[in-house]
Design a protein around this ligand. Structure first.
Ligand code: PEP
Ligand code: MN
Length: 343
């Protein structure tokens, strides 16, 4: 149920509506829209009787919500959500590009990558410090040292940092360094981690699980938003299908479907989506054409020597080419490319 408030409702009247929701044993969530506020209700097992609220002062309407992912649904909030990542707006008119290596490997690697992607127009630097790897024998990331190197790259280039948080034990450390917390595909349904990031007030990039449906992705986002953290960005990164020629199948259906169902921004990761260096560029173009709000691209100064995901990582000249091409596609879509102001 969504309680739509009059635009001129007083604070006291809004407080009384929220108190009524609590009295009934439910949780109220204020949802700010253009020109008016609404109160979403969660915690109810079945339909809520609108008669509880209809006559309260300042209430304009009571609308039933049918989507199970209530707070992230378009039914509850019609306008697009714009997530503010330390001053970089994601989900607004401009396309935002996040780029960098799969993993932070050493100082020279991350600084070279950061300088290169910044020069080509990226706004965020990606790089895993805590890496969830399929094999326990593979490089697991530089951990705390990796976070420190990301911070160094941020202070040198002005790029904001997106990095993965692998578990609740390391969340505090990662949240201290990151501007945007990445929840990886393998953790999309790690409910304790979703709840823990839901309790923070820091933006989250939630990647789709490799075998997850769009509904499951939206329900995972709901875990975060229902704890009060409204700053969630959805990320399509490819799913497992019967196809074996590519690492995953980049499901670009996700872009219009998620946008139809949800007000949250949608970012596409063509690097993991296809897994083949020379195919990342065409899929990046396609993602922008499909309406993605941003891209996350793996870029390494020397991809053939990368400690992880070298096969799908672009070198710096290829990334520059990608940026020039997607800028044209974005322009055709009536969008600019967001750039960070540098001093
Ligand atoms: C990554 O971004 O390097 C990564 C591990 O991605 P995913 O969780 O989508 O596999
Ligand atoms: Mn990777």
């Amino acid at each position: 149920m969504l309680i739509v408030l009059h635009p001129d409702i007083s604070r006291e009247q809004q407080g009384a509506v929220e108190a009524r929701v609590r009295e009934l044993g439910f949780t109220p969530h204020a949802i700010e829209g253009a020109g008016r506020t609404a109160i979403g209700i969660t915690g109810n097992k079945g339909p809520v009787d609108p008669g509880h609220f209809r006559e309260l002062p300042g209430v304009a309407d009571c609308i039933p919500v049918t989507a199970p992912y209530k707070l992230v649904s378009r039914e509850v909030k019609h306008e697009d959500t714009v997530v503010d990542v330390s001053g970089v707006p994601i989900g607004g008119s401009d396309l935002v590009v996040m780029a960098g290596p799969c993993a932070v490997e050493n100082e020279n690697q991350i600084l070279t990558a950061a300088r290169g992607v910044a020069a080509s127009g990226a706004s965020l630097l990606r790089g895993g410090a805590f890496k969830p790897r399929t094999s326990p024998y593979d490089f697991q990331g530089l951990k705390q040292k990796g976070l420190e190197l990301l911070e160094k790259a941020r202070s040198e280039t002005g790029l904001k940092i997106v990095t993965e948080v692998k578990d609740t034990e390391t969340l505090a450390a990662v949240a201290e360094s990151a501007d945007l917390l990445q929840i990886g595909a393998r953790n999309m349904q790690n409910f304790s981690l979703l709840e823990a990031v839901g309790d923070l007030r820091k933006p989250v990039l939630l990647k789709r699980g490799m075998s997850s449906t769009l509904k499951e992705l939206l329900m995972a986002a709901e875990y975060i938003v229902s704890r009060g953290n409204k700053q969630v960005i959805l990320c399509e990164r490819g799913i497992r299908t019967f196809e074996t020629m590519t690492r995953n199948t980049l499901d670009l259906n996700a872009v219009p479907m998620l946008k139809m169902q949800s007000h949250l921004p949608v970012v596409v990761d063509p690097s993991h989506g296809i897994g083949i260096r020379s195919a990342v560029l065409p899929m990046a173009r396609a993602a922008v054409a499909a309406g993605a709000d941003g891209l996350i691209i793996e870029v390494h100064p020397d991809p053939d020597r990368a400690l992880s995901d070298g096969m799908q990582s672009l070198n710096l000249p290829l990334f520059d080419k990608l940026m020039r091409e997607i800028e044209k596609i974005a322009a055709a879509m009536g969008r600019g490319l967001h750039r960070v102001a540098r001093s």
